[in-house]
Design a protein around this ligand. Structure first.
Ligand SMILES: [Zn+2]
Ligand SMILES: [Zn+2]
Length: 259
């Protein structure tokens, strides 16, 4: 099968550096990501830095107008060359009630809303011993704990889907296990796409096959989740997972089968 990669809908820049100045969590500028995108022949590039709720890696709210202006400026140069840049955000799911770390005031400036679950910023002052104690405690109750956590996170995802108009859920099931069947059914109903990450394990081949068995009409994006410009458009891993799982490539919105 031959295919063309139309776009990369999940890339990070130096704006994913939280309270620090720049380039620690992700190294590229918006323009550096755009350069790689155009060199690889992509027609869409989404800049989706971490939501502002993450102290270490989050986008700083006060930078939103600057990022918007920069993307609008770059689009004047790059659209005539065939590349459109969209301003997105990879918002964090921050409560069991499905609340994200972006409000209407923030969302009105962006073109596309991605949502993912990430571990909160862990203050460095918390000692390893403390974490080990928690983990140890949890492991003693493992079967109960895991079941309960899946239930809590799944509900949080479903509520977030009700609360916001989310375009793509990033790496669903990575970092916190969820009931992918329930989330996929809801996404199909709402028109929210699921991400097949080239960087994270989920969606895995197994998860993709479970969704395929549901016979629902759901869309996917295969994304790089690039944190360095060179990774923009590197979708091989995700494409391989989709192929093994036998996903209909017509349902992958940023890939076009050419033969
Ligand atoms: Zn993420
Ligand atoms: Zn990401």
């Amino acid at each position: 099968m031959e295919y063309k990669i139309l776009g990369d809908y999940h890339t990070h820049t130096i704006y994913s550096s939280g309270f620090r100045k720049e380039g620690i969590h992700a190294t590229g500028t918006i323009e550096e990501n755009a350069q790689v995108a155009i060199n690889k022949g992509l027609s869409t590039l989404v800049i989706s830095d971490h939501g502002p709720g993450h102290y270490f890696y989050g986008f700083r709210k006060e930078n939103i107008l600057e990022a918007r202006k920069e993307i609008d400026r770059l689009n004047e140069i790059y659209i005539p060359k065939g590349l459109k840049i969209l301003l997105g955000i990879e918002a964090n799911l921050v409560s069991v009630d499905g609340i994200l770390d972006v409000d209407e005031d923030f969302i009105k400036h962006i073109d596309i809303l991605l949502m993912g679950y990430h571990y909160g910023a862990t203050p460095k002052s918390i000692k390893d011993g403390y974490n080990l104690y928690i983990l140890n405690f949890a492991s003693k109750l493992m079967s109960f704990t895991e079941e309960k956590t899946i239930e809590i996170y799944t509900k949080a995802y479903l509520k977030a889907l009700d609360n916001y108009s989310i375009d793509i859920i990033t790496h669903p099931g990575s970092k916190a296990k969820i009931d992918i069947v329930e989330v996929a059914k809801k996404c199909a109903k709402l028109g929210t796409a699921l991400e097949i990450s080239s960087k994270h394990s989920e969606l895995s081949v197994e998860s993709l096959m479970r969704i395929k068995d549901l016979d629902i009409d759901i869309n996917y994006y295969i994304n790089s989740d690039a944190h360095i410009p060179e990774d923009v458009g590197n979708l091989e891993n995700g494409i391989m997972k989709a192929k093994i799982a036998g996903i209909d490539f017509n349902k992958i919105k940023n890939i076009q089968e050419t033969r």
